[in-house]
Design a protein around this ligand. Sequence first.
Ligand code: 6GU
Length: 243
Amino acid sequence: MRIDVITIFPGYLAPLREALLGRAIGAGLVDLAVHDLRSWTRDVHQAVDDSPYGGGPGMVMRPQVWGEALDAVLALDERPARIVVPTPAGRPFTQATAQAWTGEERLVFACGRYEGIDQRVVDDARRRDLPVDEVSIGDYVLVGGEVAVLVMVEAVVRLLPGVLGNPASAQQDSFSDGLLEGPAYTRPEVWRGLAVPEVLRSGNHAKIARWRRDRALERTAQRRPDLLAALPEDALDDADRAF
Ligand code: 6GU
């Protein structure tokens, strides 16, 4: 997968080259290119924003510079790209979004700052039949899209084949079965007077699976009742319901 990020703060994306993602890049599983939006400005001040039509606070990113930047970045590679615009006004980014994007050959992230990017940039791309997703990572407001890109790229790249040492970890994630994961324990058996639940040391794999499923159901009911309510009809069996 090729990933491009266009931003006025390229340094913000430096963490993408660390740890798991850095290794994925080093192993050639991901090609990452970060571009400075200002390199497509033509005026001496390298202005990327202007005041909003209709008035109001804040500044809006100018369409000309974004149009040129996207055209140039898209032309760097022949593979078809999905354009992603992080915005608090977007559709929610979820594990399902991350999973869907693993099927893309190329993702191009357009990071807005200020009050956002002139809407015609997205409208123009869609008019040219380029796939564009405007997405939000949650119900709070960030200063710009850069941190949201860190979040989304990490969520997608860890799902790519060969990135996680043990692919089973991605299959057992919270959310992959619609439930939160329950608690986990390692040695020692007793720590500061707190014991590991007996069943986990019983060696009875059916009992352990049942216990884990019950803890996941319990935690989801307590912390995210909205997830339980959204499960498909057939997601819970009789044993689940008995809990
Ligand atoms: Cl994707 N961008 C910004 N600027 N703020 C956000 C967000 C994205 N998601 C939640 N808040």
